[in-house]
Design a binder for this molecule. Sequence first.
Ligand code: SAM
Length: 437
Amino acid sequence: MALALGLGSLFNHSDSPNVSFSIDADTDSIRYTTSRAVLPDEELCIFYGDNLWFDPVDMKSIQYAIEKGPEHGWGSLSHLRDDVRNPTFETWQLVEGDPDEIIPEDKLPFVRIKTTPDDPEEEELFTIQTVEAWVVDVPDQRQIATMLRWLRTSGLEDSSVSHLKRIRKNQSSNISTLLLCLTSNSADPPALPNDMELPAPYVVRVPKLVALTQASLKLKSSLWPTNYAPKRKGEFEGWSRGKVRWAWEAMKTVLREATSIKRNGEHPIVAYVPEPYDEAIKEATQMQKAILAHDTRRTTSHPLRHATLNAIRAVADYRAATGDEETVPPLDNDSPSSNLTGVKEPEERRNGSHYLLTSLTVFLSHEPCIMCSMALLHSRVKEIIYITPMKKTGGCGSIACIPKLEGVNHRYGISRWKDGEGGISMEGLEVDEGEDA
Ligand SMILES: C[S@@+](CC[C@H](N)C(=O)[O-])C[C@H]1O[C@@H](n2cnc3c(N)ncnc32)[C@H](O)[C@@H]1O
């Protein structure tokens, strides 16, 4: 163990230090450097590490995730790697000013990744996706109402054709054609009511998806009359300046923690769940503590101790400890976090998994791997923001995009921090290319 003597022993600890230090092996000394502008009368503090032996006076209420690495910091300066720089942050123009002002999308410090499945708008008739459907010609207009009534009780109606109109009118012959069902729902021609004199059903190709633009509506309706559902404008929720500042502070915590654990030889991979920015969400989620977790695979020799899983586990522990057994409904039904099926989930309500991260934002040093991306989905996270994309292993946009998969019953927002914005950069966060976070 090494102890700092002399002036070095005068520094108190802060979790947002203004002095960083490194060991100079040549002169056998510790070099202290201010890491940002210091105001007159401002106390100079260093970061001791996260295994403190006293109750710090300026520490925010951050709860550290369960398993910590070996002790590091003040009491064990001998562990410190002197090649790891403490991150420094200048002031940032973007976060100065009216906290309620909404920041234009292109000025935000992160890029949002769309998680609704791609639904390419076909411009050419031959690229329209089609499926086969059973239809029947109804020669007499008076039979239509009866047939529509019959359809309702026939068991043929289901949501697979809800993007299509039921009837196609043939202008020249005055014969209407009624859509019965997709051939995927009934391989054989559906049986029609006995008392109606109708020809045999036959198969036509109909559009597989709703029309998202006028151009597509025209093309699709030439096959079969299709419904029109223009894309919602302003798909993404607006971010205020105050919220951007909150995100910046969260990312600074992520980087400081990454630096701190890297000194111990751990992967610099961090997951952080700060207290929510909005008071209403704070109250609804009952998160009165921030949760900070990091990767502990090396120190625990446990391959599943990824930062995200550690954070989720810490949230579960926190909820269990605070006796929070109430379910938390999603606050924003229009956000990507909403349950897409709109159906209550009794099973999840019982095991509580759906509300672990409901309405919460998770800040990550790295794009999570597929396992962690799935765990985030299962925990109903509202959104994640990460700094470093993981080209070979990332499950949120790189090798896969888990919340974008067809059939998942929850989607969460994904944003990638623009490298360097507000001093938050990938520098120092490097891990092996094939490593999963
Ligand atoms: C090396 S001394 C730091 C200087 C010491 N405060 C002094 O005046 O000499 C380390 C001790 O300072 C106290 N200390 C340092 N940072 C603190 C903080 N943020 N909150 C409360 N106590 C702190 C703890 O008692 C710790 O054991």
